[in-house]
Design a protein around this ligand. Structure first.
Ligand code: ZN
Ligand code: ZN
Length: 370
């Protein structure tokens, strides 16, 4: 039996690099060799035992790789050796939910999220991709792994906050929390044509990144309640759209308090426990407000769209990849990421340790941005 190296969830606060069986594709499935992946805030929730997954599962849901093996039925669409990404969400494209347009809920609630949740994930040398026909997205030749590693989840999720908020040209938008997803929501607000984008966080460095990526104004919650300043910036009304990108009562409540009557709260955070909407901010339920939630959009067409935005230089997220680690050093990488040390935003993980110190690898043009 062929084996591979993988990072396995061993129970609360325990992960380990282990040798496990290499997956083999059945009809319609593919196996990709992972060339780069990353750690997500959701992985931190999982390892800390705040989001339940079964012990023994391989974690990680942000795959960049090369097609290693194709199950039957895919030969005419893909070739072995082709570079691809796969969304964190892998819809089947055929079930009740997919055919009703909510692909992320494929098969049932949160069902589109399989990698590192209900099936083995991307923190491994190889990854089995289900419904490959709907999910393998070829990487444009002039893009490096680091250019696209945020597309499977962070860019897709952050941008979806702006899309679900239905931001219109000229809108004012407040984005609560400027972690990687909040920063991508800030990018998204600008892409969707917001005239005023207010980034809110308690971390000065992250606010500086927010200004570079498209926030006109940043507010540090350490300086006090951001709501009066948001009201002042919007003629006393509040913003048209607030995006919540952390998943806490406080940021949800602030986002609700920040929107004008008739405004939209677009929520991206992963919450736990109970969420309360305060009477005043909710206008007793009579404020014509909209609250929308979104799980990361996936599937190959979504991935294609995101990658073309990067290829055509509408977006450059490489500055968010602040650290590189070999997959073998996952514990060190996880410790740094989960404690937000050393200005970390995202870490790139490489199953091939030689990639950590290598220059950007790319089939095509030279690129000095990284
Ligand atoms: Zn994630
Ligand atoms: Zn489906």
């Amino acid at each position: 039996m062929k084996t591979m190296k993988a990072v396995v969830f061993k129970g609360k606060d325990r992960i380990a690099v282990e040798e496990v069986p290499k997956p083999a594709p059945r009809a319609g499935e593919a196996v990709i060799r992972i060339t780069a992946t990353t750690i997500c805030g959701t992985d931190v929730h999982i390892v800390r035992g705040e989001y339940p997954v079964r012990p023994g599962l391989i974690l990680g849901h942000e795959p960049v790789g090369v097609i290693d093996e194709l199950g039957s039925g895919l030969e005419e669409l893909y070739t072995v050796g082709q570079r691809v990404i796969v969304g964190a969400i892998t819809p089947c494209g055929q079930c009740f939910y997919c055919l009703n347009g909510v692909h992320s809920q494929c098969g049932g609630s949160i069902g589109g999220w399989r990698f590192g949740n209900t099936i083995n994930g991307a923190w491994a040398e190889y990854l089995l991709v289900p419904d490959a026909r709907a999910n393998l997205a070829p990487i444009p030749a002039d893009l490096a792994d680091e250019d696209v590693v945020l597309c499977p989840d962070i860019f897709s999720t952050g941008l979806s906050g702006a899309e679900s908020g239905k931001i219109r040209v000229g809108d004012s938008v407040a984005v609560f929390a400027q972690g990687p997803i909040g920063l991508c929501a800030t990018v998204g607000a600008r892409l969707k044509g917001a005239s005023l984008v207010i980034g809110i966080d308690s971390n000065t460095d992250r606010l500086a990144v927010a200004r570079r990526l498209g926030a006109n104004v940043t507010l540090n919650t350490k300086d006090g309640d951001p709501i009066p300043e948001i009201k002042r910036l919007t003629d006393g009304r509040g913003v048209d759209v607030a995006i919540e990108a952390l998943g806490r009562q406080e940021t949800f409540e602030n986002a609700l308090r920040a929107i004008r009557p008739g405004g939209t709260l677009s929520s991206l955070g992963v919450y736990s426990g109970k969420l309360v909407a305060p009477y005043e901010a909710f206008y007793a339920g009579l404020g014509d407000q909209k609250i929308v939630t979104t799980l990361c959009p996936g599937g190959k067409e979504r991935m294609r769209r995101l990658m073309t935005m990067i290829e055509n230089r509408r977006v450059d997220l490489t500055s968010l990849v602040t650290h590189k680690f070999a997959l073998d050093d996952i514990e060190e990488a996880f410790d740094l990421f989960s404690h937000q040390r050393d200005g970390v935003l995202k870490v790139a993980l490489y199953p091939d340790a030689r990639r950590v110190n290598a220059k950007r690898e790319m089939a095509g043009v030279a690129n000095e941005r990284f």
